[in-house]
Design a protein around this ligand. Structure first.
Ligand code: TRP
Length: 371
């Protein structure tokens, strides 16, 4: 059996929200607890965050601890998972440089994630040029290559990510194939692990907009208090055509029902709303008419609180000893560096740039010069 190595990471540009949770974090904890893997690495992608926040290192620096607390509070366990900080592993940067030879500019320009990010960041809502107005930084343009280094340095086989990261994994697979073809079998092809539930793939914001985003103010954060969350759930976007309770309601594009799809299980009805046996029954009643939004929101709030309460409690515990959290990241970074160095050694050997370990080369050159 080949090794099963799980790896993933997040950019520290803000606190993590329930979109991250259903899209990937919940999955990671389940994988961690199910076992059956050789190693699991989860890291804070600060170097990648700097590719589009290079002028705001303070933001990245502040959010390292936020993301670390989010990781620990959802239940990632440092005794099972290596938690580390990307920038502390210099081998990743070195691998990136060698992989740059294996990717064309045209291929990077076609990367759908990079394409939308460039479009998104080119202009703000007022049409003013943003950070990239003066041109696209090479570092940002190349971040998919650096992401391939993150993944391959640990020989990751399974990468639990949100749907938006799929093109990154595809690009990594291409780099692995090119590398192995040119230099010999060295790197391992990864695969993306996505949530199976469609609602979890892309949880919309509380305003019904396609994505949760800090700048839109439509996120529910993992660290949100019950009070803040109450306000956000009660003001959630539902069905603009559902004006009177008796009106038939629409499920599609109705944020409350999308969130229920992502969070609700049959047993929640027994616990909080025994009038229905399951979500299908609730949906049928809503669609027929006669069921108010507020009742559905209260039910959703109970479910969210049930899920977030243990997360809030764990977070409070970890917040009591912040130096210990940094220490977890430091220890994890030490472990990660050893793993990445082992791969880098193999890469350099395959690329024949391990001169000082290459006794055949030294002997051959000695012979050439002794004639
Ligand atoms: N691109 C990911 C994000 O935006 C973060 C990331 C960096 C990552 N390197 C990775 C994810 C490697 C998975 C594997 O959140």
């Amino acid at each position: 059996m080949p090794n099963k190595i799980i790896l993933t990471g997040d950019r520290p540009t803000g606190r993590l929200h329930i979109g991250h949770y259903v899209g990937s974090l919940r999955n990671r904890v389940a994988i961690q607890n199910a076992g059956g893997y050789d190693k699991m690495f989860i890291f804070i992608a600060d170097a990648q965050a700097l590719t589009d926040n290079f002028d705001n290192p303070e933001k990245v620096r502040q959010n390292i601890i936020e993301v670390a607390l989010d990781y620990l509070s959802v239940g990632l366990d440092p005794s099972k998972v290596t938690l580390f900080i990307q920038s502390q592993i210099p081998q990743l940067t070195e691998l990136t440089f060698y992989y740059m030879n294996l990717v064309t500019v045209a291929r990077l320009q076609r990367n759908p994630t990079v394409k939308t990010e460039i479009a998104m960041r080119g202009f703000n809502a007022e049409g003013e040029e943003q950070a990239f107005g003066s041109g696209l930084p090479v570092g940002f343009f190349c971040y998919p290559i650096s992401q391939a280094a993150d993944i391959t340095a640990f020989k990751a086989t399974d990468v639990p990510v949100g749907e938006d990261q799929k093109p990154m994994i595809e690009q990594t697979v291409e780099i692995v194939r090119s590398f192995n073809r040119i230099y010999g079998e060295t790197l391992v092809e990864p695969k993306a692990v996505l949530p199976s539930n469609a609602a979890c793939l892309r949880l919309p914001g509380t305003d019904g907009k396609a994505k949760m985003s800090k700048s839109l103010g439509n996120c529910i954060y993992l660290a949100e208090s019950a009070d803040e969350m109450h306000k956000k759930v009660m003001s959630m976007y539902t069905d603009p055509l559902h004006i009177n309770v008796s009106d038939p309601g629409h499920i599609e594009g109705n944020t409350v029902f999308t969130y229920l799809d992502a969070f609700c299980r049959d047993e929640h009805f027994g616990l909080y709303w025994p009038d229905y046996a399951n979500l299908d029954e609730l949906k049928a009643h809503y669609q027929k008419g006669g069921l108010g939004d507020v009742k559905c929101k209260r039910f959703l709030e109970k479910i969210l609180n049930e899920e977030l309460e243990p997360i809030r409690a764990r977070r409070k515990e970890y917040e009591k000893d912040i130096p210990a959290v940094y220490d977890i990241l430091k220890k994890g970074s030490e472990v990660a560096e050893v793993a990445a160095q082992a791969t880098l050694d193999e890469v350099k050997k395959s690329m024949q740039i391990d001169y000082f370990n290459d006794s055949a080369l030294i002997a051959e050159q000695a012979k050439r010069f002794s004639i």
